[in-house]
Design a protein around this ligand. Structure first.
Ligand SMILES: [Zn+2]
Length: 153
């Protein structure tokens, strides 16, 4: 499942990528352009703009209800039944490129020592060279999301 996310939903776009989904996001884009991308790349449009939704004829879309990004993430997951498709840290947040797992030893000189000591799983973006690891930020979010998914079913 591929998405294109409207300007005002940057946090939603970021977290969908962290969860491993194929997401395009632009901080600034014209309505016609985002609709064209959705259409030609077969992406589902996620937006909170009811005017844009009206223009999205024949384009799969979802109107995002909440203003809060954790609830937005849960709405997307529940609406498209993506619970089993979540693959955290499998996609680069910068380039949307699939990440490759990388052995811990190989990142020793590439990440801060306390990260190297505390983390065991690392992934590399072959396109931009960024290194990813789940980290505490993600773990907190994971608990948050799990609770919300449970709560909304
Ligand atoms: Zn990258």
């Amino acid at each position: 499942m591929k998405f294109v996310v409207d300007c005002m939903l940057g946090k939603l776009a970021k977290w969908l990528k962290i969860l491993g989904f194929d997401v395009l996001y632009f901080s600034k884009i014209e309505d016609e352009e985002i609709l064209d991308i959705a259409k030609t790349q077969n992406r589902t449009l996620l937006t909170r703009d009811s005017y844009l939704i009206k223009k999205a004829k024949n384009i799969p879309n979802l109107f995002i209800e909440s203003e809060k990004w954790p609830e937005q993430v849960v709405q997307v997951i529940n609406s498209f039944k993506l619970q089993n498709k979540i693959k955290p840290y499998s996609r680069c947040i910068e380039c949307n490129h699939p990440l490759k797992k990388i052995k811990k030893e190989r990142v020793k000189n590439l990440v801060a020592p306390f990260i190297y000591e505390n983390e065991n799983e690392f992934a590399l973006c072959p396109k931009c060279g960024r290194i990813y690891w789940p980290g505490t930020h993600y773990r907190k979010m994971e608990i948050n999301i799990k609770n919300l998914i449970k709560g909304s079913n």
